[in-house]
Design a protein around this ligand. Structure first.
Ligand code: GN1
Ligand code: MG
Length: 357
């Protein structure tokens, strides 16, 4: 996180259409990409201020257009809206010559987020709100969304980036990551059978890990999804798998004690019930592929973490040298668990989800 001082952040806020006050700022050290601050008015949280990582997101204008577009649709009795605060000149973001791109959003008070599900109620709510998000965005024309990171979840691209990283990595790193590299190669072969050709493209969130869902502190209802930078076209199983890797797994993404990494069937089942509670909205072909989505997403994240480890941590912000390798190993461990659960997941989704006709 860049060490921006309160005074500088207050200067920055003057570019947005908000009351002029001496605001307080609290850095939120979550996330591997952007810099995030909670904006306080006398200790009362009012806004979320974020600096968008331009290194990762090349087309910030397009990205902010996507978010503004999505926000038009993301409001419903069962989905709490978030709003973008406009700049003085009416834009959805502010570009500072030195510090880059900034955006300001309303903060939902009395909310919380979870890294992993703690009970079936949380898992159900996660499924419900991910389904609701998709239902609401099914009304939004896909053509209005740009690809903020082209080929984001494309395995062929991630495979070639991984192969390049292997070729240029230091020998010691290749040695340390030996088992992970072997697992990556073996699983890449397995996942090549996945066939997307019968699936509809949808407006997806593309980063639906559980801590990107806001819950009410009062009643633990899921309110909405946050971190919409990667909203763009994709397949439903991306959002499904990304949620499952954090809902059915009770361990952290960089957990080093693999005995803590489990696949919690009751949480998986509750998530499916939550999805289904919205009524049918998925095609049969999409439902059939969901179990593999729960393998695909932890795997592709593990592969990207491994690639970044081999590349000496040039993409993700890391808090210690080997964090990317730890993330990779933990994600691969869960991938393997999910592969073992394919038969079980297939039964549950088949019985639990009604296809849209
Ligand atoms: C990155 O910074 P954060 O947590 O929003 C990454 C996601 C991963 C996530 C955790 C643009 O997101 O794909 O799920 O780390 N976002 C991007 O692994 O690469
Ligand atoms: Mg994100």
């Amino acid at each position: 996180m860049i060490a921006t001082k309160n005074a500088e952040l207050n200067e920055l806020l003057k570019n947005f259409s908000v009351d002029r006050k001496a605001y307080g700022f609290q850095g939120i050290n979550q996330g591997y990409i952007n810099d995030t601050y909670l904006v306080l008015d006398n200790d009362y949280p009012l806004y979320i201020l974020q600096r968008v990582n331009h290194n990762v997101f090349k087309d910030v204008h397009g990205l902010m257009g996507n978010i503004a577009n999505a926000f038009q649709h993301l409001k419903d009795q069962n989905y709490t809206p978030i709003e973008l605060l406009k700049t003085q000149s009416g834009n959805s973001y502010f570009k500072d010559e030195e510090t880059g791109y900034w955006r300001l959003m309303t903060y939902l008070n009395n909310t919380t987020a979870y890294d992993n599900a703690t009970d079936t109620g949380i898992a159900f709510e996660a499924g419900r709100v991910v389904g609701k998000f998709h239902q609401l965005l099914a009304e939004a024309p896909l053509g209005n969304f740009v690809d903020t990171i082209p080929q984001f979840h494309n395995l062929t691209l991630r495979e070639s980036q991984f192969e390049e990283a292997v070729l240029s990595a230091k020998t010691e790193k290749l040695e340390t990551a030996k088992a992970a590299i072997a697992f990556a190669k073996q699983t890449l072969e397995k996942l090549k059978i996945l066939d997307n050709s019968k699936l509809p493209l949808r407006v997806c969130h593309n980063d639906t890990k559980l801590n990107n869902i806001l819950f009410s502190k009062e009643n633990n209802k899921a309110l909405c999804l946050i971190d919409l930078d990667t909203i763009m076209k994709g397949y439903f199983y991306f959002d499904f798998g990304d949620a499952i890797r954090t809902v059915a797994n009770t361990a952290a993404e960089d957990e080093q004690d693999h005995s803590k990494i489990t696949f919690e069937r009751p949480f998986f089942e509750a998530f499916i019930k939550g999805l289904e509670s919205n009524g049918p909205f998925l095609h049969k072909e999409e439902i059939d592929l969901l179990p593999w989505g729960a393998v695909f997403m932890p795997f592709i994240h593990g592969l990207r973490a491994l690639t970044d480890y081999l590349n000496n941590n040039i993409y993700y912000k890391v808090s210690y040298e080997n964090q990317n390798l730890d993330r990779c190993l933990s994600l691969f461990y869960f991938t393997n668990k999910a592969i073992e659960e394919i038969g079980y997941m297939t039964q549950i989704v088949k019985n639990g989800l009604t296809p849209q006709v």
